[in-house]
Design a protein around this ligand. Sequence first.
Ligand code: BTN
Length: 316
Amino acid sequence: MERLLALLADGRFHSGQETADSLGISRTAVWKQIQKLKELGLEVEVVRGRGYRLKRPLCLLDAGEIRKRQRKEVPHLEVLTVIDSTNRDLLDRADRLPKGSAALAEYQSAGRGRFGRRWVSPFGSNLYLSLLWRFWGIERTAGLSLAVGVAAVQALERLGIEDLGIKWPNDLVFEGRKLGGILIEARGEAHGTATVVIGIGINVSMPERAAEVIDQPWIDLKRATGRDFDRNLLAASVLDGLLEALEQFEGHGFPAFRDAYRRRCTVLGKPVWVIQGERRHRARALDVDEMGELVVEVEGGEVRKLSGGEVSLRII
Ligand code: BTN
C-alpha cells in the first residue's frame, strides 16, 4: 500500500498496467489495493482507458524528510501509514523503546481524544504525532499538558502562524475554533519512573467529509491562514519544540511555562461553563496556578481550583 500511495501521490493518472508493473503485482491485486485506499476515505478516480488518480494529490509523511528539517534529534522516529492510535501504539511498545521515540501516522482508525472522545483522523490530511518520555515520578508531570500546549503553539508561531490561543487546559484554538488537541497518557507508579506518551493532533487540511462527524467548532491551518503546509516541516518543527520544552520542563516544571501560557490562554477573565460529566456550573476564570490548575470564582464568590483531567470548559 505504501508503494501504491507513493506512485499515486502526484494526483496524476496511472494506468492499471503501469501500476501493476511498477509494483510487481497483478492488475487484480492493484484493484484490491485501490479498494483499500477508498475504505480509508481517499478519493480515487477510476477512468476506463486512463487508470487511477487521486482526486487530491498527497504530500506523504517521510521520516527522512522530517529528520532533515529537524534541529534536534529523536532516537527513534517512525511514520506509520495506518494505525488505530499513535498514542496506543507507543504506550504498548514503551518497554522496548527509548525515551524520545516518536511515531506519526497518515491515518488513525481509532484516534483518541480527551475524556474517551474520538479524534477524527482522515488520511494524509493532518498531523497525528506521539512522543514517548520518562519522568522520575508521576508527580513531576503536573502541568505537563499545558507546557506541551505552549510548545506546540510556539512551534506553529515559528512557522509564521499568528493569533493562536490555548483554551485551558490544552486545546489549540484559532478564533474560538479548535485547531488541535493534546492527549497525555501515562503509565507509572507514584515513586518510580513514569512513562508518558504525549499525543498531539493538529488539523492541517481537513476534508469536508471527514469533518461532518466533528461535534464542536473546528478549523485547520489551511482555512486559518489560506496557506498550504508541508506536514514534514510541521512535524519537524513540533518535534523540535516539544523536545526543547521537555528538557526545560524536566528542570523547572510548569512554572517555567506559566507566563507564556497565560499570555495565550483564551479563557482568563471570561465567564465559563465548567462541565463535569452531566453537571455544569457557571464560573469566572481568574488565573492558572503553578501546577497548571485553573483558578475560578464560582457563583457566590467562592474561589476554587480545577484540574484539567476532571473538567472541561465552554466560554459563555
Ligand atoms: C483532544 O481531545 O483534544 C486530544 C486529541 C489528541 C489527538 C492526538 S492525534 C495523535 C495522538 N494519538 C491519538 O490517538 N491521540 C493523539
